[in-house]
Design a protein around this ligand. Structure first.
Ligand SMILES: Cc1cc(Cn2cc(-c3c(Cl)cnc4nc(-c5cn(C)nc5C)[nH]c34)cn2)no1
Length: 273
């Protein structure tokens, strides 16, 4: 049961370790199975010394803290964690189809059909509505951080860059909000809306095979993003263009909200497709 996985003191001997599933900056992820229940998981093994060398212990602690408390069908579950002298182990949900990024690469011209993209967008918007309601901003929505489970269900993973927005403080200290300067309140809204922008960039990339502002140089990409300079290939439907145009808006508070994304006709028309 839920609290069992929280209270249980896990040790490496509780698991049979299988093949490596992927490598990251500070470690690897292995397919693994809990011996007693034969439950299959993904075991993320992180080397403490590498995290310490990068001064990212606080970020790792935050990733664990945040992901351990999120429960949503489109958020990769963190069942528990433990550590030994040199490593931290995260017991993660195993996504059967791997990273969306690789799934994209396996398609000729690296793009997906519109109905499939609409389903992915619907799931991610729902997951982000849940995260934002818990005061969590992901801040790193991209194909590498989205996992595919069976039957086209997607899971947001890697909360390494996520943060608890100040918003949770604002919600709990009602009354004293009056004294917060506008820039701080705006920033709070602003922070949340970074995920809305990234979701728009992701939608474009899944439909077009490349991100909207991608160019050969950092400077050019920077200019395109800050001036919202991008164009659509001819095969993208008008409704899909309309949705993306309403998400890639520079003044954050003018961006489509996540509930509005779910209500958009392009998402609605592909319901249950
Ligand atoms: C360190 C480190 C590596 C990574 C990237 N990464 C994530 C996974 C992964 C996770 Cl966390 C959960 N389920 C997965 N399922 C796969 C998978 C399934 N197939 C058929 N092929 C793959 C690959 N990978 C999963 C692996 N690496 N993040 O931090």
């Amino acid at each position: 049961s839920g609290n069992q996985s929280q209270k249980k003191k896990w040790v490496l001997e509780d698991f049979e370790i299988g093949r490596a599933l992927g490598k990251g900056k500070f470690g690897c992820v292995y397919l693994a199975r809990e011996k007693k229940t034969q439950f299959v998981i993904a075991l993320k093994v992180i080397f403490k010394n590498q995290v310490q060398a990068a001064k990212l212990e606080h970020q790792l602690r935050r990733e664990i803290e945040i992901q351990a408390h999120l429960r949503h069908p489109n958020v990769l579950k963190l069942y528990g964690y433990f550590h030994d002298a040199s490593r931290v182990y995260l017991i993660l949900e195993y996504a059967k189809m791997g990273e969306l990024y690789k799934y994209l690469q396996s398609h000729e011209d690296k793009k997906l059909p519109e109905p499939e993209v609409a389903q992915i967008m619907k799931q991610l918007a729902s997951a982000l509505i849940y995260c934002h309601a818990k005061g969590v901003i992901h801040r790193d929505i991209k194909p590498e951080n989205i996992m595919l489970d069976s039957n086209g269900r997607v899971k947001i993973a890697d909360f390494g860059w996520s943060v608890h927005a100040p918003n949770s403080r604002r919600d709990t200290v009602c009354g004293t909000l009056d004294y917060l300067p506008p820039e701080m309140i705006l920033n709070m809204k602003h922070d949340f809306l970074v995920d809305n922008w990234s979701l728009g960039v992701l939608c474009y990339e899944l439909l077009c095979g490349k991100p909207p502002f991608e160019t050969k140089t950092y400077e050019e990409t920077y200019y395109n993003i800050t001036h919202t300079i991008y164009s659509f290939p001819p095969h993208v439907s008008d409704l899909a263009c309309n949705l993306i145009r309403k998400m890639l808006v520079t003044p954050a508070e003018q961006r489509l909200t996540l509930p509005e994304v779910l209500e958009h006709p392009w998402i609605q028309m592909h319901n249950d497709s």
